[in-house]
Each structure stands twice: as structure tokens, then as C-alpha cells.
Ligand binder design. Structure first.
Ligand code: FAD
Length: 411
């Protein structure tokens, strides 16, 4: 471990930031760690916000990963919640919190950037009661309350989050309209052949899925939203509108820092998660990192597993840069739709998507680029997906994956 590191600062008190803190203590770091979080609560897990929290029989509370007490006493963290970083002084090695002139400055020897992403909004809907993005605990609790009240639901965007909200609404028997500009849900993430199966999942669960159309107007009265107009000329009545239209890196505060940023605002890092500035690493949804398993494709993943892995790896590499190795990240995500578990491992950019099993309740597709397997998508193949992860990491020929697919697996 580098011995001249005494003061660590982690900006972003969520999954990647927490994993970074835990990795520092696990590595035997005994100096100070300051964890800055913009939200007014201790780190918590986001996937349940669009799953268990919205289910009719799910818990109506958001539990933290650890209590504040545990973070302070067991992990020895100076936790500051409701304290967004507002600037970064790379030359002076300081993070600014609060207004530039009156805010405080926190010195660091090593810094982890883990500020994640912020939900995109749709300007005509901003501030209209009943219109919500879904990124934070506060968003999730507001949507849960509206579902409990039996509101009619319209969802803009049939990505993971929009589709999970649609599933929760249907589980309650509520009418739900899901509006998607593309011809199918998730086309960019899984490719058209697989997206068609996902369309079927929504329709057979009773979701009114409108594809190839966009919201043009919002209707409201004094008490809130009442519906939406779409570009196909139809209108959709709704008292709850959920925006599932993506997220952007939370880096406005870094814009004048001189740190190298991607054109979408994400932080550019190398394969060890080091940024362009000495002693500064980035991890999680905010980071654009090369995927060494895929010949250096540079991507910004918004997946739980990579945020957790990168948080820990960024800290290990910061503490011991001479031992740093490129992270062997293989993108992986899961999502729960209408009682089905969707899982994808690898990347969807492929020369061929080979559907092995077309039945929606046990679907399997493999993705080929050149001669190798680069991705696999399953529905309800909980353990099976990991077989293909091994092939992807090992750069196995596509034929080997096809042979594997012909072998019965535990699902
Ligand atoms: P984030 O979780 O976004 O956390 C960043 C934190 O930094 C936030 O708390 C933010 O308030 C804080 N912050 C931002 N700016 C500042 C600042 N200037 N100063 C201080 N703090 C700041 N992934 C899956 O693989 N499977 C799923 O099923 C799945 N479901 C999801 C459901 C929902 C509703 C959401 C929102 C995400 C889901 N994800 C899922 C994605 C997964 O949760 C994210 O990839 C993960 O949370 C990323 O962690 P992170 O720590 O990088 O960023």
C-alpha cells in the first residue's frame, strides 16, 4: 500500500462509494475516510426501488445497506449526508462542498469519484404533481404511494425501470400504458430478435404497450397530471406518470475541474479506473471504462454488479497503484418483468443473435461477434447464464457456447 496516503475522500454515498470504503478498510487502510453523499440518507440499494418497493405486498420502506452508526463506528467513516460536492480543485487536492466562496474544502491524498447518474427529466413535466422519474428513494416512495392510491399509470420509456414499474402496476391490477419511441422495448440493449419476445411479455401481462410513438404534450389541472398526448394523435389518461427515459452522469460539479470527461459528461478512466488526474479514480455509473475482455470497447455501464466491482477495484488500485491490474469486467444485468427474471451477460454489439430457445418462459439467445461468443440473454435461466459468462471471459469460440447450450443446464 502507498504509505503517503492518509486522507481519502469518496464522493457519492451509494453502491460504488460504499464498496470503495469497505475495500479500503479490508486492505488495512487506517487513515481517515470522508464519504460525501448528496442525498439526505445513508447509502441504500437502488434495484429494489423498482421491484419489491412497488409490489403490493412489498415493504413500503427503503432500508440502508448499513446504519449511519455502523458506517461511523465499524468502518470509521466520516459520513456526510445531504452534502453534495460542488467543485474539485485538482491542483490543491481539495473537494469543495457547498457554495464556492462560503463552502468548506476537504483535503485529500486520494479521491474516488462515485457520483453515479441522475435521472433524465422531461421539461414540460418538471414540477407537475404526479410526474416522477425513478432514481432515488424519495422517487420510489412517491411512486409507491401513488400506486397504493390506485392511480392510472402511464410510463414513458420501456427500458428496465419503466418495464419494472409497468410490472408492479399490473401486479396490482392497475391499467398501465407503456410508451416507447423505438419499435420495441430495450432494442438497443438486447437487439431486435430478443426485444420482440419482451414485447410479448408486456402484452400478455395486459400492459397497453405503445411503440414507435412519443409524448408531445402533458395535460394537467391544479391538482396534478391528468394525461398525455402522443405523436400518433392519441391521448392517454393517467394520474401517475413515471419517466423511464435514461440517466446522465452526475458530473456537473466537475465541469470546470480540468478532469478529462467523455462527451456525455462521464468520467474517463483507464483499465485500472484511474482518471486523468493523479490520485483520482472513478467507479460505477459515472465512469467510462475500457472493457478489456471486449478488446477495449469503452463503455459507461449502469449495472449494479459493475458498480460494486469497480468501487472496490478503484480503491484497491488507488491504495496500491503498482499492483493495479486491468479489471476483467463483463457487463451483467438482471431485471424482473411480470414474474420473469431477465438476465444479460456480455455486450449486445454482435454480428449474429442466435435464438436457441424461443419460448418466452425459458428463452435463450447467444450473441456472436466474429468467431467468439460476446453475449447471452436468458429468461428464467438464473444459474444457466453464468455458464456463458465463463465462455465470454475465456474468449471461447461461438461453437463451444453452442455445444454448451445443447447440454441440459440447471436453471
Ligand atoms: P448511484 O447509485 O447513482 O449513486 C451515486 C450517488 O452519488 C447518489 O446517491 C447521488 O446522490 C450521489 N451524488 C451525486 N452527485 C453528488 C455530488 N456532487 N456530491 C455527493 N454525492 C453525489 N442494475 C442492475 O444491474 N439490475 C437491476 O435490476 C437494477 N435495477 C435498478 C432499479 C432502479 C430504480 C435504479 C435507479 C437502478 C437500477 N440498477 C439496476 C442500476 C444500479 O442500481 C446502478 O448501476 C448502481 O446504483 C450504480 O451505483 P453508483 O454508486 O455508481 O451510482
Amino acid at each position: 500500500m502507498t504509505t503517503d496516503l492518509r486522507r481519502l475522500v469518496v464522493v457519492g454515498a451509494s453502491l460504488a462509494g460504499l464498496r470503495a470504503v469497505e475495500a479500503a478498510r479490508r486492505a488495512g487502510f487506517t487513515g481517515s475516510i470522508t464519504l460525501l453523499g448528496a442525498e439526505p440518507r445513508a447509502p441504500y440499494d437502488r434495484p429494489p426501488l423498482s421491484k419489491a418497493l412497488l409490489q403490493p405486498d412489498g415493504p413500503a420502506v427503503v432500508q440502508p445497506f448499513h446504519t449511519e452508526e455502523h458506517l461511523r463506528t465499524e468502518l470509521g467513516v466520516d459520513l456526510r449526508v445531504g452534502a453534495p460536492a460542488t467543485g474539485l480543485d485538482l491542483a490543491g487536492r481539495q473537494v469543495v462542498v457547498g457554495a464556492e466562496r462560503v463552502g468548506s474544502r476537504i483535503d485529500y491524498d486520494g479521491l474516488i469519484l462515485a457520483t453515479g447518474a441522475t435521472a433524465n427529466t422531461w421539461p414540460p413535466g418538471v414540477g407537475v404533481p404526479g410526474v416522477h422519474p425513478l432514481r432515488t428513494a424519495a422517487d420510489g416512495l412517491a411512486i409507491r404511494a401513488a400506486l397504493d392510491a390506485g392511480k392510472r399509470v402511464a410510463i414513458v420509456g420501456a427500458g428496465f425501470i419503466g418495464s419494472e414499474v409497468a410490472s408492479a402496476a399490473r401486479a396490482r391490477g392497475l391499467p398501465v400504458t407503456l410508451i416507447e419511441a423505438a419499435p420495441q422495448p430495450l432494442t438497443r440493449s438486447v437487439g431486435p430478435a430478443v426485444a420482440e419476445v419482451l414485447t410479448g411479455l408486456h402484452r400478455s401481462a395486459g400492459v397497453d404497450l405503445r411503440v414507435g410513438t412519443q409524448v408531445t404534450e402533458i395535460h394537467q389541472t391544479g391538482s396534478g397530471v391528468t394525461g398525455l398526448s402522443l405523436s400518433d394523435g392519441t391521448t392517454v389518461p393517467a394520474e401517475l406518470v413515471v419517466l423511464g427515459i435514461g440517466a446522465r452522469p452526475a458530473t456537473d460539479w466537475l465541469r470546470d475541474s480540468g478532469l478529462a470527461l467523455h462527451r456525455d459528461g462521464g468520467v474517463l478512466v483507464d483499465a485500472t479506473l484511474a482518471t486523468s488526474a493523479p490520485g483520482v479514480y472513478a467507479a460505477g455509473d459515472v465512469a467510462h471504462a475500457p472493457l478489456s475482455v471486449f478488446d477495449g470497447d469503452v463503455v459507461r455501464l449502469e449495472h449494479w454488479t459493475s458498480a460494486a466491482e469497480q468501487g472496490a477495484a478503484a480503491m484497491r488500485n488507488l491504495l496500491d497503484p503498482l499492483a493495479a491490474r486491468p479489471l476483467q469486467t463483463v457487463p451483467y444485468f438482471w431485471s424482473d418483468w411480470h414474474g420473469h427474471r431477465l438476465q444479460f451477460v456480455g455486450v449486445p454489439t454482435a454480428d449474429e443473435v442466435h435464438v436457441i430457445r424461443p419460448e418466452p418462459e425459458r428463452f435463450l439467445a447467444l450473441y456472436r461477434r466474429g468467431e467468439r461468443i460476446v453475449g447471452a440473454f436468458t429468461i428464467n435461466g438464473r444459474r444457466e447464464i453464468m455458464r456463458y459468462r465463463r465462455h465470454i471471459v475465456g474468449r471461447a469460440p461461438f461453437e463451444a457456447a453452442l455445444t454448451e447450450a445443447a447440454t441440459p443446464a440447471a436453471v
